[in-house]
Each structure stands twice: as C-alpha cells, then as structure tokens.
Design a protein around this ligand. Structure first.
Ligand SMILES: NC(=O)c1ccc[n+]([C@@H]2O[C@H](COP(=O)([O-])OP(=O)(O)OC[C@H]3O[C@@H](n4cnc5c(N)ncnc54)[C@H](O)[C@@H]3O)[C@@H](O)[C@H]2O)c1
Length: 311
C-alpha cells in the first residue's frame, strides 16, 4: 500500500509510470493524503486494479486567512491549522427557540452531531424532528443522531463540544456564562454567542481564552457593544464579527417590513397576528397583500390586544 503525503509545495503526480512501479513492488492500494485527487490519474490505477483513497475534511478559516495574507504560506503541511471534526460530536444549545432550533438543525443535519439542550420550555417539535432524522440515518445504514433536553445549563456545558447561546437576555441570562461555567466546558470546546452580548461575562471569557489556547469562541455580539473587552481582539482563538448574524438582504428587508407592518396595522386598528412563530406571510408576499394584522407585538397579552382568529 502507498500513502501519498505531499511534501511542502504541490502534491506529486501519480500516473501510469508510478502506478506500474507500485504494482511491480506488490502495492495493493494507493491513498492520497488530501481531499482533492487532481494529482492522481485514477483510470491508470483502475487499469492495474489499485483502489485510490482520499481524505475528505474541512477547517480553521479566519486564522488561516490571516496567515495566507501575511505571505506565510510555504506549502501544504499535514499539521497546518488542524481543527476538530464535528461529526458524531455533541452540539449544545442554550435556548431552543426560533433561532436556537434552526441552528440545532443545521448542526445536526449538516455535521451529524448529537444535540443536547437546555431551555425552561421543551421544544417538542425540534425533538420530534431530530428523532425522525435519526431514524432516517439509521434506515440508510448510518449512525443515528440523538437529542436530549437536560435540566440544567451545567449539563449542556459539560457534555457538549460546541455550545451555542440562543436565549433571550433577561435577569436570568445576564452573565449566564461566567468564570465558573466557562471552566465547566471541555478545554477544547467551542462557544458561540449570536444572542446578546451580556449573556457572557466578557472579561472572564478573555481570561479563559488566554488560559486555554485550545478553547475557541465565535462572537457576533459583545457585552458593551460596540466596544470589546480589553484583550479580546488579541485572542487568536476568538472569531469576532460586528453583529452581522442577521445581515442578509432577505433578513434585513424582512425585518424592515415587519417593523413597518407592526406600526401600520396598529394605527389601522388591526388585531395582532396569532402565529408569531410563523411570520412568513408578511415577508414572502407583496406589500399590497400583507395580512391585516400586526405581525409581532411582544406585549400584546399584557395590553389586552385582540389576537387575529385567522388571516
Ligand atoms: N445577533 C443577531 O443579529 C440576532 C438576531 C436576532 C436575534 N438575536 C438574539 O437571539 C436570541 C434568540 O432569538 P429567538 O428569536 O430565537 O428568540 P426566541 O424567543 O424564539 O427563543 C429564546 C429561547 O430562550 C429560552 N430561554 C429563556 N430563558 C432562558 C434561560 N434562562 N436559559 C435558557 N433558555 C432560556 C426561551 O424559552 C426561548 O425558547 C435572542 O437573544 C435575540 O435577541 C440576535
């Protein structure tokens, strides 16, 4: 068997001559140490009955991008920017509402991760979906995925390889991630916050990132936004972006439509939309045929506003 590992620079080309030599030397298989196998004439291997393998994978993009722009790339190396494989690991969600559930599905479906989550209220729809998805995988002969709601945030932190925060910000979630809870996480875990900045005590996070180089975080929001905690910008194990989680044209124009429709419907005396979790009719239709309702009034119940029976 021959396992081709690139030296620094371009991979070695494998064609008729080398496959012939491999066969003559008693070689039974060839494996390329790379995802791409453009350097391999597969039909030449096939002609000689030699199976060709490759190594699908993916990785640490922001650090690698900075490295590349700095002109430091000297050629491919097997250990350059090694990251962790997510497949069959566990994703943990704190707050499985609209966004938390959508993110959970992306990670479970995209990376075949198991899900563990904490939310004061069970998300039975999400759980049912993931159980069915697990059955589908089993049916296809693949390892199934599992879902479990746990009773405490701590259980999520101890178990998950990736923890993503999607709770709303209130007194119970301010500084939910403090020094003690950060220390409960696996030393090589990933923490993501695209909810609200004060859910994480940012100074404690900076200290944790410095003490644990294998720990990584992705932040879209900041405790004292737009400022960052001192030292955060210098942490190579943090990926930081300026509150752009919703920054797609579709999402931002939909948000503008919803905000305007709330005002217009309230001023017109329309009732409040009865399905705040399904606002699709407001963002997918032309403005001239929006439902005669205010799409999302968060204090409708407290104000005793009329809820629409139906469209
Ligand atoms: N970064 C951005 O651009 C951006 C965009 C939209 C929303 N957000 C934020 O994302 C978060 C989620 O938004 P959503 O629309 O999914 O809200 P949502 O109301 O649908 O979901 C929030 C979930 O958090 C749960 N929750 C409440 N208290 C909790 C606690 N103590 N621990 C764990 N879970 C708790 C709720 O039960 C609910 O299921 C919010 O904080 C929101 O402000 C950020």
């Amino acid at each position: 068997m021959y396992c081709s590992q690139r030296q620094q620079g371009e991979p070695k080309d494998w064609g008729s001559e080398l496959f012939e030599a491999l066969k003559a030397a008693g070689g039974k298989a060839y494996s390329n140490y790379a995802v791409g196998y453009n350097n391999v004439k597969v039909d030449e291997a096939t002609k000689r009955g030699i199976p060709v393998g490759n190594t699908p994978a993916a990785r640490r993009v922001p650090e690698a991008d900075v490295f590349m722009r700095a002109g430091k790339y000297q050629g491919w190396l097997p250990t350059l920017f090694i990251g962790n494989l997510l497949q069959n690991k566990t994703v943990g969600i704190i707050g499985a509402g609209r966004i938390g559930a959508a993110y959970a599905r992306m990670m479970v479906e995209g990376h075949k991760m198991n899900l563990v989550y904490f939310d004061p209220y069970p998300n039975t729809k999400l759980e049912a979906y993931i159980r069915m998805y697990g059955e589908l995988l089993r049916h296809h002969g693949e390892p199934p995925v599992a879902v479990r709601r746990v009773d405490t945030v701590e259980e999520v932190l101890q178990e998950a390889d990736v923890v993503s925060l999607h709770c709303n910000l209130d007194a119970t979630t301010t500084h939910l991630m403090n020094e003690a809870r950060l220390k409960m996480m696996k030393p090589n875990a990933v923490l993501i916050n695209a909810a609200r900045g004060p859910v994480i005590e940012e100074a404690a996070l900076v200290a944790h990132l410095k003490a644990n180089p294998e720990f990584r975080c992705g932040l879209d929001v900041f405790e004292h936004e737009p400022a960052m905690a001192p030292g955060l910008a210098e942490c190579p194990n943090a990926v930081i972006v300026p509150h752009i989680a919703s920054a797609s044209f579709w999402t931002r124009s939909g948000m503008a439509t919803l905000a305007a429709a709330n005002v217009a419907a309230t001023l017109s005396g329309h009732p409040v939309w009865s399905k705040p979790d399904n606002i699709a009719p407001f963002i997918e239709r032309p403005l001239t045929s929006l439902p005669a309702a205010a799409p999302s009034i968060v204090n409708a119940k407290q104000l005793g506003l009329t809820i629409a029976d139906d469209e």
